[in-house]
Design a protein around this ligand. Structure first.
Ligand SMILES: *Cc1c(COP(=O)(O)O)cnc(C)c1O
Length: 378
């Protein structure tokens, strides 16, 4: 049986990138590494659509979120957290861990925070240092209007910090044009890489905020130190340089297609996936859904844990369950990074069969037909 990894992190890695990881380890304090980092940095700027420096961190994506908050916001100061799911909640948890005051704008799982809610929060809390949002809320499949958020925040002294860990790549995100101050991402989502690297871009406005924070509560994640090293294409501590060497190859693949083309292709995949699941009689969980992943509700009487277990064991299809209170209630199909249309079709076909196996009434082929019909239209 062929195994297909279709979870929203980690995601599959292209063969040519995997081959880079098989090469011998080289020395990191070398001109070879500095040339590599310079090239990767330039390519990352094209992916982020920014001229801002992008700091590489050796951590999972959450390291970038933590680095952003601790460097920008002194203890006791206030941030606004826009919370539509588990990853929005993570902003609140990091704030709590570092003694920051968080004003939480929370919506039920499956829905998105509206720009009007942010507008009110900004008016009520003019002393907020930062607003923390999530481009793609991976726990529910919801997308946020980051452009509208940034437009509101740019008129205030606050900075906008975006968790784009699963959103950067599949979803339009124009860092400079939209005035996003800090964009955070990780390697194992749409960048077609294994876990282990995180990145964040930092605007001039955010650097001023960082420079005003005289006591960042961090040693390893000191962004001023990281910026100083980056000026000579280096890192303060040992980088995961073999991963960076592999990332170079994945970035070439991404940029050969081009960001705008990727967004269009992802929109087509997402529309096809949604049509397929609806054709099967399943309900889309997210409103509005984003184009990085599709999240659907398990049908009444079916525990999604049973469905997902069957998909993996009998059909080699690994999709993700809901987290925490959504566990057993939803299934999450990623279609970001190195996942193509035929992987998506396989997932829909597998869900048809697994539901049938579990005794749920399905017209075999109806989901696949609906997906194909939608895909053929565009
Ligand atoms: C995956 C993900 C994270 C967590 O990243 P880690 O790499 O597990 O630390 C955070 N936010 C979002 C939106 C994600 O999709």
């Amino acid at each position: 049986m062929k195994f297909r990894l279709l979870t929203p992190g980690p995601t599959p890695v292209p063969e040519e990138t995997l081959l880079e990881l098989a090469k011998p380890v080289f020395f990191h304090r070398s001109s070879e590494f500095r040339q590599l980092l310079a090239e990767v940095h330039q390519d990352l700027q094209a992916v982020f659509m920014t001229k801002n420096p992008i700091l590489p961190l050796t951590s999972s994506g959450t390291g970038a979120l933590e680095a952003a908050l601790v460097n920008c916001v002194p203890p006791g100061r206030k941030i606004i957290c826009l919370i539509a799911g588990r990853f929005g909640e993570r902003w609140r948890s990091i704030a709590k861990a570092f003694g920051l005051e968080s004003v939480n704008i929370t919506v039920p799982y499956g829905q998105a925070v509206q720009p009007e809610q942010l507008q009110k929060a900004l008016a009520d809390h003019p002393d907020a240092v930062a607003v923390c949002s999530t481009l793609s809320e991976t726990s529910t499949g919801v997308g946020h209007d980051i452009k509208a958020f940034s437009h509101l925040i740019a008129r205030t002294p606050a900075i906008h910090i975006v968790d784009a860990i699963s959103g950067l790549g599949p979803i339009e995100c124009r860092t400079d044009q939209w005035n996003i101050d800090i964009v955070c991402t990780g390697s194992q989502k749409a960048l077609m890489m294994p876990p282990g690297l995180a990145f964040l871009s930092v605007s001039d406005k955010a650097w001023r905020v960082i420079e005003n924070n005289s006591t960042p509560r961090t040693f390893y994640f000191d962004l001023k130190k990281a910026r100083k090293s980056l000026e000579t294409n280096d890192t303060p501590y040992t980088p995961a340089h073999t991963l960076i060497r592999a990332l170079r190859v994945s970035l070439k693949r991404i940029l050969a297609e081009g960001m705008e083309n990727i967004w269009k292709r992802q929109a087509r995949y997402a529309a096809g996936a949604r049509a397929g699941f609806k054709g099967l009689g399943l309900e889309i969980f997210a409103n509005p859904p984003n184009n990085a992943l599709t999240v659907v509700k398990a049908p009444p009487g079916i525990d999604s844990s049973d469905l997902l277990g069957r998909l993996e064991k009998h059909y080699g299809l690994k999709l993700a369950n809901g987290q925490d209170t959504l566990k057993g209630k939803i299934i999450r199909l990623a279609h970001m990074g190195y996942i193509d249309w035929f992987d998506i079709l396989a997932a829909i076909a597998g869900v048809e069969l697994a539901l049938h196996d579990l005794g749920h009434p399905v017209d075999i082929g109806k989901g696949v037909a609906a997906a194909q019909t939608e895909y053929a239209k565009s």
